[in-house]
Design a protein around this ligand. Sequence first.
Ligand code: ZN
Length: 469
Amino acid sequence: MSKYSRYTELVDKYREFLITAEKYIWRNPEIGYKEWKTSAYLEERFAELGYEVNRASNIPGFTAVYDTGREGPTVAVMGELDALVCSAHPESNPETGTVHACGHLVQVCIMLGTAAVMKAAGDDGTLCGRIKFVAVPAEETIDLEFRDRLIEQGVIKYVAGKIEFMYRGFFDDVDMAIMVHADSDPEKLFKMIDGYDGCITKHIVYKGVAAHAGGSPHLGVNALYAATLGIDACNSLRETFREWDHVRYHPIITQGGQAANAIPEIVKMDTCVRATTLDMILQTNVKINRALAASAAVGANVTIEDKPGNLPFHSSKLMNRMFEEVVEELFGKGKVIHGGWDTQSSDIGDLSSIMPVIQPLCMGAEGHQRGDDYRIADIEKAVINPTKAVVCLVVNLLSNNGEMAYRVIEEYKPLYTDKRDYFAEIDRIAIKKQLVVTNPDGSITLDFHNPNYHQKTEHISAVPEVTEE
Ligand SMILES: [Zn+2]
């Protein structure tokens, strides 16, 4: 009998419980900071299992703790509550268009399963420390106007749920964190990730002058034309992006005009600037802002609102190795792919900037992530197997007086040893400014730097001097 069978057999016992939870959450998809039903459902299940639930109260999400009663490290097992908007999906909510097209429902079931099994297993005196279950809202960077309102109302300070939870102190007593995200691959069971890009989120507003599009267009300034020039100007930067910096820039127009017979006065765009390091994100962002400013200077103006998106994610190498070893022992060799660096971003990166974190991917999903054909096709691969792997990893971390957990902490070098330094850094990213400034003498200035990072990025301002030939 494997040393794990006491736990894996319990996971099998909770199979129906987890399938019911998965079905409920699939049928009740909610997007970031609106996951009230999802959170309430899980809170009830945790309470039934005998946990004391600490709610985030004015936003969805909660924490619950399994305490061995013995001194030791605290391992967080997380689950993200939020769904996405994809109204083309046949099973999306007909009113809101929301659907779990990124498979986050799988994560919360794995978290719930781990909580159930740890309670059911009871204390055999071999584990130390604590397991903190953290149900986090709002991982996806979407619906930004709603979140801006929450910020204005003082409900939240940060757009991303894990950052908000870090800010509220929910991770202050946590030493390391684990979350398993859904993915798809017909052959394998898990995929290990080295890390993700970080990003800045941008809200861009072009301002022109409205006029009658038929009768008096000469009196207008077309903000849509300025914005399309801005898209082209940013596209013309792409060959300056180096492969190894993994830069991504992908704007959308969220408002392109209001009436076809009027010259568009306001055009709104949302986007991210992603790259492998914060330094490269900041440098690329200055180039993007300069291109946006230059395009507006045809007679329009542009305001940018930059917000901290996510910091790059760096997985704990030791904890990834431990997870892989557990998977091999439970399911045999050759079940894991190594995914290397990925160019998406997640607020798990922010957490990884202050503590060791891993986010292995589990299979079992099918279709295109964010697409109309996405679904969880194999509950065994998506929920049951990963729950077994997470439970056994946690047991390994907290056995032998937490020997392996302490090694994970020792091996990992976080970007910030103090969370206050992390917040000081990301708070410097946030700016809102108009990029084209008209001077008293009639000349214009393109003012595209973030003043908080000007020293780091001022070399990007330099342009060639024109000399007489
Ligand atoms: Zn996701």
